[in-house]
Design a protein around this ligand. Sequence first.
Ligand code: SF4
Length: 422
Amino acid sequence: MNVADSERLESAMNQLGLKNVVEAKNADVIVLNSCVVRQSAEDRVVGNLTRLAPLKMDKPDRIFALMGCMVGPKTDELHKAFPHVDVFMRPQEFDPLIDLISERKNIDKEGCIGVLEAKPAVATYVPIIHGCDKFCTFCIIPYRRGREKSRSPGELVKEAEMLVKRGVKEITLLGQNVDSYGHDLEGDIDLGLLFKEMDAVEGLERIRFLTSHPNDMSKNIIDSIASLGKVCEHINLPVQAGSDSVLYNMRRGYNRDQYLDKIEQIRRIIPNVSLSTDVIVGFCGESDKDFNETLDIIESVRFDKVHAAVYSNRPGTIAARKFDNDVPDDVKKDRFRALENLQKQISTEINEGYMNSIQEVLVEEVGNYKAKGRSRNDKIVHFEGSEDLTGKVVQVKIEKTGPWSLQGKMVRKAELLLPVES
Ligand code: SF4
């Protein structure tokens, strides 16, 4: 979501006549787009703000802006800690910076700025719903990004058409809780309907979406993924924990069995789906038994990928007010490692199943005859290929597999008619 926000701000700044520079010391405007979902992310922002502070002293009219989730409703403390920052902007709140630049450059922004769009690339992100209404106890996002607000399907289709004209082949539809798209709009609008409208955009090859919530992933959404040719068969369905008591304390709104039922329903309707998940290790009160239940759910579902994070206390969340962050750091680390090792083994085994198969790959980049793209199941695939393949969908026969990616050889259409082992 932050990448998508940064690209939109970049689009506004470009429209005001600003150009990108490689080094911060050559910039007139420096923006840090912050994430505070984990302590390590917040520490990085603080480190960068401190490291870059001398640049303000060298050139006092240089504009510094801090954007994103680190900026809450009150900015007094941030002002005190980072006096060199001129503008503090909450997520997607671009106006304060745009106004300041327009004023300094004496430009009428109304006349300059049109649609703020994603950076054209082979694959890009389009936010479709902002904010979140869920209030999981560990999460700061609803407080920083606000309540759910969907963009209209018409506006989104127009943006997709414009992006396709600029070379985009794959769009990932984004939302903190993408499955709840449309509930706040008039009429019968949901993610399934948006998939259908996007699927009809000529020239668009693929549609992906992030991130889902098990309670909002309706049968209609699952059916649409199964039936629409451009929607890729990959779902990221965060489980966060495998124990009912931890899930209850996280206020996720489902228990272990309900999550497993959802997985079963998805696999029944989309048999070739690949699944990934998010897990928090060491949440408040997580016992060894609770953690073993997380390992157990990972083992029984056999996800293609797991994004694991060690729990860190986020001031302002319900968990920070209500619970003790009582799992010792070394225990969290040990559990994190155990989870990683288990998942590495599972990913290795799942990917071995792709050996000798033919995968449809959208080529995202080529350098030195090394091409890289993704399969419909979101597997990274490497193979040898020339630069003119960028943006094309090609068939690749998989000849080597590993836990994180696949390698293969491009096959021409004629070769596909020959029998292959699969
Ligand atoms: S659903 Fe996701 S974004 Fe919303 S509160 Fe829960 S973890 Fe945060």
